[in-house]
Design a protein around this ligand. Structure first.
Ligand code: MN
Ligand code: MN
Length: 485
C-alpha cells in the first residue's frame, strides 16, 4: 500500500511555474490545435495592418457586430440604442479597429479592454522608390519598426499595399503570396568578397539605405527608350494596376517575408511565422471578444453577456511609437468609448478611471542560446503560459507604466479562478535594453493596465517563434479577463 505523500514545506511556500503541456488534458489539447490552426490562417491572410483589419472586420460582421458609423447616421444617439449583448465596432481608416460587446452594467462603471497592435516590422517603399542600376530594377525602402537589418536580406519577400489615385480610387496589391507568384528579395554579399563587411559591427553590416529590393532585370523592347529595365517594370504595373511612377508618391507599399506560418519542431508544439508580434495577442484578443455573446448554430440567442462592456482595441503604429491617427496615442479609443458612454467628457473620464485593461503584447521568451541578456529567474519561458508583465521600459524602469500591486493581484486572481496558467516576466536583464507597449497611453487615462501576452523567440525577426500552448493559455486568459474583471 502506498504511503500518503507528506507535503513538503517548500511545495507550500515556493512559487513554482509548470510546463503547460504537463497540465492540460486531451480535450484542451484539441482546443490548442484549433486556435493554432485558425491563428496560422490569420497570419497568412493578414500580413499587414490593412489586411488584418480586412480579415477582422469581416469576422466581426459575420458574428453580428454592427459598424457604429452606420448606426450613428440614424437620428438617435448611439448610446440610446445600445442594449446589453449588442455588438458594435469601428473601422479606423482601414488600419485599426475597436469592437465592443455591450455589458449588463452601465458604461459609467467602466470598461474591460483588451488592447493589442496589428502592425509589425517590415520594409516600406519610399515615395520615389523605383530605380535602375546596371540593368537591374530596384526599390528603395525605409524600414519600419525595430529590425536587425541583416536578417532581411536573402529571404523571399512579398509586396502588399494600396495605391490611391487622385479621384480617390483604391487599388490593392498583393504579390508573392499565391502559389506561382513571383517574389522579391534584398541581395547580400557573397562570403568570398565580404572580408571588410564581416569586420563591421552588426548594426552596420547591412545599412538601412542599402535595404533595396530586387524587382526585375529585363529591358523594355524599344531600344530608343532610356532605363529600359525600370520601364519594363512600370509598364507591367501600369497594365495590371493602371498606375504610373507618380502613384508611388502617395501609396503605402510594404514588403514582408513571403513564407507561410508553419509548425516548428518534431512535436509540432511551436509556430514559426512573420508578424507574430503582435498578432499572437491580437488574434486571441479578438477571438476572446467573439466568444462573448456568440450567436449559436441556429442563429439564435445571444449567450454569455459580460457584466461590464467588453472592448477589443487593435491599434496600428505601435512599432514606431504609437503616433499617427491610427496609433494608440490618438483619441480613437476615447472617441469610440465616448459614443458608447453618451455622457459628458467628465463622465467619460470618470468611467475610464474605473476601467481595466490588458495591454495584450508579446514578451521576449528566454532563449538558452543567448542566456546572458536574460535574468533566468524573471524571464518568461516558452510553454509556461500567458505572461503577466508588471512593467516594461528600460534602464531604471524608464517609460514604464508599472501596474500597481492591487491590479496585478486582481489579474492573477482572475487567471487562477479560471485555471489559466500564467507566468510573470521581465524583458531581459537590467540595463541590457528594453522596450514599451501601448500600456502607458492607457495608464495616462487613469485606466488600470497590465501588459499581458505570449512569450516569443526571435522577436522582430522575419520568422518569430511562439508556443501553441502559450497561445491557448493567452486566449483563455483574455476570455477570463473580459468576463471576470
Ligand atoms: Mn508588440
Ligand atoms: Mn514589437
Amino acid at each position: 500500500m502506498a504511503k500518503a505523500k507528506k507535503e513538503k514545506l517548500s511545495d507550500k511556500l515556493f512559487y513554482k511555474q509548470k510546463n503547460c503541456w504537463d497540465e492540460i488534458n486531451k480535450k484542451a489539447e484539441k482546443e490548442v490545435e484549433e486556435i493554432a490552426s485558425s491563428y496560422k490562417k490569420f497570419l497568412d491572410t493578414g500580413k499587414t495592418e490593412r489586411e488584418c483589419i480586412d480579415v477582422i472586420c469581416d469576422l466581426l460582421e459575420k458574428n453580428g457586430f454592427k459598424n457604429i458609423d452606420n448606426i450613428s447616421i440614424d437620428q438617435e444617439p448611439v448610446h440610446k440604442i445600445l442594449k446589453p449583448g449588442m455588438k458594435v465596432y469601428q473601422n479606423i481608416r482601414c488600419k485599426s479597429v475597436i469592437a465592443a460587446v455591450i455589458g449588463k452594467k452601465p458604461a459609467a462603471e467602466g470598461f474591460n479592454i483588451l488592447g493589442a497592435h496589428i502592425d509589425s516590422p517590415r520594409l516600406d517603399l519610399k515615395q520615389k522608390p523605383l530605380y535602375e542600376d546596371s540593368e537591374l530594377a530596384l526599390f528603395d525602402t525605409h524600414y519600419y519598426g525595430g529590425i536587425k537589418k541583416y536578417q532581411w536580406t536573402t529571404i523571399p519577400l512579398s509586396m502588399h499595399g494600396v495605391f490611391i489615385n487622385e479621384a480617390g480610387k483604391k487599388t490593392t496589391v498583393k504579390i508573392g503570396e499565391d502559389p506561382g507568384d513571383p517574389v522579391f528579395t534584398v541581395t547580400d554579399l557573397l562570403p568570398h568578397l565580404a572580408k571588410d563587411q564581416m569586420d563591421k559591427k552588426a548594426a552596420m553590416v547591412v545599412e538601412g539605405e542599402d535595404l533595396d529590393i530586387l524587382a526585375g532585370s529585363r529591358p523594355y523592347a524599344d531600344k530608343d527608350e532610356k532605363d529600359r529595365v525600370k520601364l519594363y517594370v512600370l509598364d507591367l504595373l501600369n497594365r495590371k494596376y493602371g498606375i504610373t511612377e507618380k502613384d508611388f508618391t502617395s501609396a503605402e507599399i510594404e514588403f514582408v517575408p513571403a513564407f507561410k506560418a508553419s509548425d516548428v519542431g518534431f512535436d509540432r508544439s511551436l509556430i514559426g511565422a512573420y508578424g507574430q508580434d503582435d498578432r499572437c495577442c491580437a488574434w486571441p484578443a479578438i477571438q476572446a471578444l467573439l466568444s462573448l455573446a456568440r450567436i449559436d448554430a441556429k442563429n439564435a440567442e445571444v449567450k454569455s453577456i459580460p457584466a461590464k462592456t467588453a472592448v477589443c482595441y487593435l491599434s496600428d503604429k505601435e512599432e514606431t511609437g504609437s503616433a499617427g491617427n491610427t496609433g494608440a496615442r490618438s483619441l480613437n479609443m476615447q472617441n469610440f468609448l465616448g459614443l458608447l458612454h453618451g455622457g459628458t467628457e467628465a463622465d467619460l473620464r470618470l468611467s475610464l478611471s474605473r476601467s481595466s485593461m490588458l495591454s495584450a503584447d508579446v514578451n521576449a521568451a528566454f532563449d538558452p542560446t543567448y542566456q546572458g541578456v536574460f535574468d533566468k529567474k524573471n524571464a518568461p519561458y516558452i510553454g509556461r503560459g500567458i505572461v503577466l508583465e508588471k512593467y516594461t521600459g528600460s534602464g531604471g524602469k524608464y517609460g514604464a507604466s508599472d501596474a500597481n500591486a492591487e491590479y496585478c493581484a486582481k489579474i492573477q486572481a482572475i487567471m487562477n479562478r479560471n485555471k489559466v496558467q500564467w507566468q510573470c516576466g521581465e524583458l531581459g536583464r537590467v540595463d541590457k535594453g528594453g522596450g514599451g507597449t501601448i500600456a502607458l497611453y492607457a495608464a495616462n487615462l487613469g485606466i488600470d493596465v497590465l501588459d499581458c501576452g505570449v512569450p516569443v523567440l526571435s522577436m522582430h525577426s522575419p520568422f518569430e517563434v511562439i508556443s501553441k500552448v502559450d497561445l491557448y493559455m493567452t486566449y483563455r486568459g483574455y476570455i477570463a479577463f473580459l468576463k471576470d474583471a
